[in-house]
Design a protein around this ligand. Structure first.
Ligand code: M6R
Length: 364
């Protein structure tokens, strides 16, 4: 049942290229993104004022990537909410808004309650769901299924990957409908997204390098992830994955926040995982990584193929391949998933069933 893999989590990490193809290809028509939602026409998309992305845990982290892509490409205001916060804070909602609910299981109780709240206020709800016929899928106005197949490991990996892909497709179509992306630009981004499965293959093959890094950090008490923009969203997800299955205390910070408190936690030998895949803020994150290094941190830097890494910044550098910068999260998440996985394995943890956690949280 594990297809020769020692754990479901590793199997599911390796299933990501297939999940990407299954999710993206059916929604591309003549090179353009086609959501195949007849009611959500370009004309309706053009009228959307604000987007609220609502979810829990890893799905919420996918929402953060979605928010950044939507705002950057379509210039539509988007915010991300934790479902359990959204449902109790009397959110400001307008019928011209769109609520996007994201869930692997489609059964998370806070997420379902958030969906019902939005509907009761007359706001249309688009759900991005993996489980066909689940409660969230049935209650939403529009559904974009992700086709990850069954996800068994408690730690979500392939479902997150295809949530990102679906949010990118949505952002491309929205930006095109809004006249923010030309047809040629939309086609280019869609073609890049279509080849994401191929782009991540070498990251799956590089597992020995990540396993080696995990072996260097296996006895650590705590760990920090830093990044900006997309890399901050990925820091949160990499950190959640690590603490969820390896029980290493881990936190993620927007790199610019270090000086506002966090840096007092950096002492000799503390691991800092710095993510720097975005050109515009590259120098900034590098200087943050350097600040932690000069206080004794052991820095693992994840960056792009040709980025110039000055001396004294990192102990280890993991390089990604050239790829469309906007889609870098798809490539970056793979080594972060593998890092969490190998840390958990080397620490003797029950990888697929971490303590105290359930796959689907159907209670508040
Ligand atoms: O089924 P859902 O996507 O609604 O679940 C949401 C979270 O409970 C889930 O992503 C959780 O954070 C994962 N165990 C993280 O790996």
């Amino acid at each position: 049942e594990k297809g020769g893999y020692p754990h479901f989590m590793l199997k599911e990490i390796h299933e990501q290229p297939a999940a990407i193809t299954a999710t993206v290809s059916p929604r591309v028509e003549d090179g353009m993104p086609d959501l195949r939602l007849p009611e959500l026409t370009d004309e309706r998309l053009r009228k959307i004022r604000n987007i609220h992305l609502v979810a829990c845990g890893t799905a919420m982290h996918a929402g953060m990537v979605g928010k950044t892509a939507i705002e950057r490409l379509a210039r539509v205001h988007a915010e991300v909410d934790i479902a359990s916060e959204f449902r109790y804070r009397d959110p400001i909602l307008d019928p011209e808004d769109l609520v996007i609910i994201i869930s692997q299981s489609g059964e998370t109780s806070d997420t379902l309650a958030a969906l019902r709240l939005a509907k009761s206020r007359g706001v249309p709800v688009l759900a991005i769901v993996n489980v066909v016929g689940s409660s969230i899928a049935r209650a939403a106005d529009y559904v974009l299924y992700t086709y990850a197949g069954p996800e068994i490991a408690v730690a979500s990996t392939k479902a997150y990957m295809v949530q990102l892909c679906t949010l990118y497709l949505f952002a491309f179509r929205l930006a095109y409908a809004k006249g923010r992306l030309s047809e040629a630009e939309t086609e280019h981004l869609t073609a890049e997204l279509l080849r994401a499965g191929e782009v991540i293959q070498p990251r799956l093959a590089d597992c020995e390098q990540i396993k080696y890094l995990a072996s260097r950090f296996v006895n650590t008490q705590s760990c920090f992830f830093i990044g900006r923009g997309f890399d901050y969203a990925l820091s949160l997800e990499g950190s959640l994955k690590l603490k969820e299955i390896s029980y290493v205390h881990s936190d993620a910070y927007a790199a610019g926040e270090l000086k506002h408190g966090t840096i007092s936690l950096i002492t000799e030998g503390v691991p800092v995982i710095a993510l720097a895949t975005q050109k515009q803020v590259y120098e900034k994150t590098i200087s943050n990584a350097k600040e932690t290094k000069s206080r004794g941190a052991r820095v693992i830097l994840f960056t792009t193929k040709d980025a110039v890494v000055p001396d004294g910044v990192a102990d280890y550098v993991v390089r990604l391949d050239d790829y469309e910068e906007l889609l870098m999260p798809l490539q970056l998440i793979v080594p972060l998933q593998l890092f969490a996985y190998y840390m958990a394995v080397l620490r003797g943890c029950d990888v697929d069933k971490p303590r105290n956690l359930a796959k689907s949280v159907t209670v508040e």
